[in-house]
Design a protein around this ligand. Structure first.
Ligand SMILES: [Zn+2]
Length: 388
């Protein structure tokens, strides 16, 4: 018991409330390159992960062969960020996962970002774990702030067999007169074979879709993203955004450069794996997504809602059942020590960067302190619970 009081005192010492101004640039800078890569690796079966308490490999996401494991993974991630999440079962096999962050000023004004999570073959890293990772990363970052407008983070099922999930959502929204002001749908955002940074914005002259395209072009220049914009009009109908056009909404598709045939050579095959990614391109495409949606949502507060931990920012999920993802506010060089309630170090790991995934499967159940000691000597602690 004596030790716990000591730890509590240390904890309080290192928690400080941040009063610094938060800007869109700051939110974009929170995109974690190793974090989004890990999400793709988890979803495309490169690494095992934990879903509903079990260590699993997401072997495939083919909707006809049961892709509920992927849906559960996505639902758990969004829930762990503190968002309200719904699994919408629109048919016997079809399941969309949708998280909503209600706007504090204009709750009925909605901006939506989306990606389909189903696939046609094994892995499906570019098509479309890449788009899913962008939506999840935006959700992770935005969950910590307040915005004027409502944001919907949507992951569609059954795109590959006829845009079924998105079509169901768009039609339901239209029947409910949902005031969706902009949809950015991402489908394949990880490949740039010739490294020319070109990406496509597929648009048609429906509703205010052209405005979304020019907003995206502006985000690239305002925030100096290492990308080259290419507006395609008339854009393709072959992804989920077109179901929103059909329902009368403004929407675009954001993706790699089909316009110059620079698309993953693994397309719709089991070769669609993360080893083909252009990491820098993928990183910038996710930043573009975060830049767009945070700009349109409009930051309400200039400070984060929750106290910030210096330098350790967040741990997901917590409680953890096996794997724990640690996101730091800055890139750090540090040693992580996990300490049990007896004060013993039971786990040690180095971290270089702003993200690390810890495999804590072998840790027994209980309360732990995660202590991060940076190479400059500064230390921070965070409480973590391990359970079955
Ligand atoms: Zn796709």
């Amino acid at each position: 018991m004596k030790l716990n009081f000591k730890l509590l005192a240390i904890t309080l010492l290192f928690i400080n409330v941040s009063f610094s101004q938060t800007t869109i640039a700051n939110l974009i800078s929170q995109v974690s390159q190793p974090g989004i890569i890990q999400t793709v690796r988890d979803l495309s079966g490169e690494d095992s992960t934990v879903v509903t308490g079990n260590t699993v490999l997401i072997e495939h996401r083919v909707s006809d062969y049961d892709n509920n494991l992927a849906a559960d993974y996505i639902k758990e991630q969004l829930t762990s960020y503190g968002l309200s999440v719904a699994a919408i079962n629109y048919s016997a096999n079809g399941r969309n996962i949708v998280a909503t962050k209600i706007g504090n000023v204009n709750p009925n004004d909605i901006y939506l970002i989306s990606a389909h999570y189903d696939a046609v073959s094994y892995h499906g890293a570019d098509d479309n774990a890449s788009g899913v990772a962008a939506v999840l990363e935006a959700a992770r970052i935005m969950a910590n702030y307040d915005f004027e407008n409502t944001v919907v983070f949507a992951l569609w099922d059954e795109e590959e067999i006829g845009l079924k999930g998105a079509e169901n959502y768009a039609n339901t929204a239209s029947q409910n007169n949902d005031n969706i002001l902009g949809v950015v749908n991402m489908d394949m955002i990880g490949y740039d074979g010739d490294n020319d940074k070109l990406f496509d914005i597929d648009v048609r002259n429906y509703a205010n879709s052209n405005q979304i395209a020019s907003d995206l072009v502006n985000i690239v220049s305002t925030h100096n993203l290492d990308l080259v914009s290419n507006i395609v009009n008339p854009g393709t109908l072959d992804s989920d955004h077109s179901t929103f056009w059909d329902a009368g909404y403004s929407a675009v598709l954001l993706g790699e450069a089909w316009s110059e045939n620079d698309i993953t050579p693994g397309y719709h095959s089991a070769n669609d794996r993360i080893n083909l990614f252009n990491y820098s391109y993928f990183f910038n495409m996710v930043k573009l997504c975060v830049g767009y949606i945070t700009t349109k949502a409009v930051l309400l507060n200039t400070t984060a809602i929750s106290p910030t931990f210096t330098p350790l920012a967040k741990i997901y999920p917590n409680p953890t059942k096996g794997f724990a993802n640690l996101y730091y506010k800055n890139n750090i060089h540090a040693e992580i020590n996990i300490i049990n309630t007896y004060g013993n170090i039971v786990f040690t790991r180095n971290v270089n960067g702003n993200f690390v995934k810890l495999d804590l499967t072998n840790l027994s159940n209980g309360i732990y302190i995660i202590k991060t000691v940076e190479s400059n000597g500064s230390t921070s602690v965070l409480k973590m619970i391990k359970e079955n």
